[in-house]
Design a protein around this ligand. Structure first.
Ligand code: ATP
Length: 411
């Protein structure tokens, strides 16, 4: 149990720094509000989340196509989307402040003002015609992209929850106008399923119907998926019904034909869009908040991250019991090489005593530690496998180690 709730956030931030997950951006210059740098384990966790999302939302489906579009677009696209006029936050004095980052493109008098994208969606809308012409997908279908988005947030706060540079995983799902409710419901279920897969407790996630006056300018219905973060219940993901707003508007601003022609019914119409929008960094923070645990083991306090093995930055760590015994080190390295071929995210550690090595692996959420000792060499050709959450140790035949770990890691 984490004793002081209000402290949990500080503890997570401190673990992230201590263990190389997430650092304050430009820290040696005093930091830079709203910007964060991911270290090796944070990057591994982030990649595992993005890869799992890509697998489930794109690769395992027939109807969704991946894209990777540019961060900076022709500024007309942001006029059409309504962001130039309306993507604003209220400041204290009542003035509105547009949170899009401006940048200039080109040199001298030729330069023009454009923006860093505040959401990845726009790049997919402006390619609707290219996708129709090159792939001719049948409706319903989706475009998906994972990438950076930038918002000049007035008050960045709560670690990576509200930053000025972050990543999104978005699907733009194109449907017939009459079908939107059906697919909205479908995507609602998919998002709930995703939350379960990444290890968020059902009781910690909540669906909030966003009221008319609080919805974004393009949306006719929005559900916010909220999560109980240590600092309170806050938006984790959004699911929006964007109607035909985007394609219609891009069509009129660009004069491009952004209609869909249904060969069966001979109808021509502008598709409507359902958009599940998932923030990568808010996912990381939710996953870390859920996984952060404190308990007592062998009469010592310990901290561990009970991450799902599929998300854990390191799947297995291999230790020789003692560093100064060459035969133990040799055998441990052999096992490490074998496991690394299979699981890739495997670490060899012979630093300090065994307790210290366990503490480190617990804090980075490594589900299994394998130790080579004298019995391994002299007696039984077995190694000790320690389970992160229970601390239980089992002796496993070296020959059966890969099978044993594969089964557990795939859960
Ligand atoms: P909020 O109300 O918290 O500002 P929003 O409603 O503006 O969020 P959306 O425009 O719906 O957010 O963006 C979709 C998703 O992108 C959010 O659900 C969140 O996961 C992520 N996101 C948005 N803004 C940020 C930010 N400043 N930092 C990190 N992630 C963000």
């Amino acid at each position: 149990m984490v004793d002081k709730k209000e402290n949990k956030m500080d503890k997570i931030v401190s673990l992230c720094k201590r263990r190389g997950f997430i650092f304050q951006g430009s820290e040696i210059y005093g930091g830079f509000a709203g910007f964060w740098d991911y270290g090796p384990y944070g990057l591994a966790l982030k990649n595992n989340i993005k890869n799992l999302w890509w697998q489930i939302f794109v690769e395992e489906r027939e109807d969704i196509y991946g894209m990777d579009t540019s961060v900076i677009m022709n500024p007309r696209a942001w006029e059409a989307s309504g962001h130039v006029a309306g993507f604003a936050d209220q400041m204290d004095n009542g003035n509105k402040f547009n949170v899009m980052f401006k940048t200039s493109v080109g040199a001298g008098e030729e330069s023009i003002v454009s923006y860093l994208r505040p959401e990845t969606a726009g790049g997919m809308f402006v390619n609707f015609k290219n996708i129709m012409d090159s792939l001719s997908p049948k409706i319903p279908f989706g475009l998906a992209q994972v990438g950076k988005a930038f918002r000049n947030e007035i008050a960045p706060r709560d670690f990576v929850f509200r930053s000025r540079e972050f990543e999104q995983m978005e699907v733009e799902y194109f449907v017939k106008p009459a079908d939107w409710e059906k697919y909205f419901e479908e995507w609602k279920k998919i998002i709930s399923m995703w939350c379960k897969i990444i290890g968020l407790e059902k009781s910690h996630t909540h669906e909030l119907e966003v009221l008319d006056k609080e919805r974004a300018h393009y949306s006719k219905r929005t559900i916010d998926f909220e999560f109980d973060y240590p600092f309170g219940r806050k938006e984790l993901y959004g699911l929006a019904y964007r109607t035909d707003f985007d394609l219609k508007s891009h069509s009129s601003f660009s004069n491009a034909d952004l209609y869909y022609y249904d060969e069966e019914t001979k109808e021509k119409f502008i598709p409507h869009i359902i958009e599940p929008s998932l923030g990568v960094d808010r996912t990381i923070l939710a996953v870390l908040s859920e996984a952060y645990k404190e308990d007592e083991m062998n009469e010592e306090k310990r901290i561990y991250l009970a991450l799902k093995p599929i998300l854990a930055p390191i799947k297995v760590a291999v230790f020789p019991l003692l560093k100064n015994k060459p035969q133990l080190v040799k055998k441990a390295r052999e096992i490490y090489e074998d496991l690394k071929k299979k699981f890739k995210a495997v670490e060899f550690d012979d630093n300090g005593n065994i307790g210290k090595r366990y503490r480190k692996q617990d804090e980075i959420g490594t589900p299994f530690c394998v130790t080579v000792d004298f019995d391994t060499l002299e007696k039984d050709k077995k190694v000790t496998v320690r389970d992160r959450d229970s601390g239980k140790q089992e002796r496993i035949d070296i020959d059966k180690l890969i099978t044993y770990l594969s089964e557990k890691i795939s859960l």
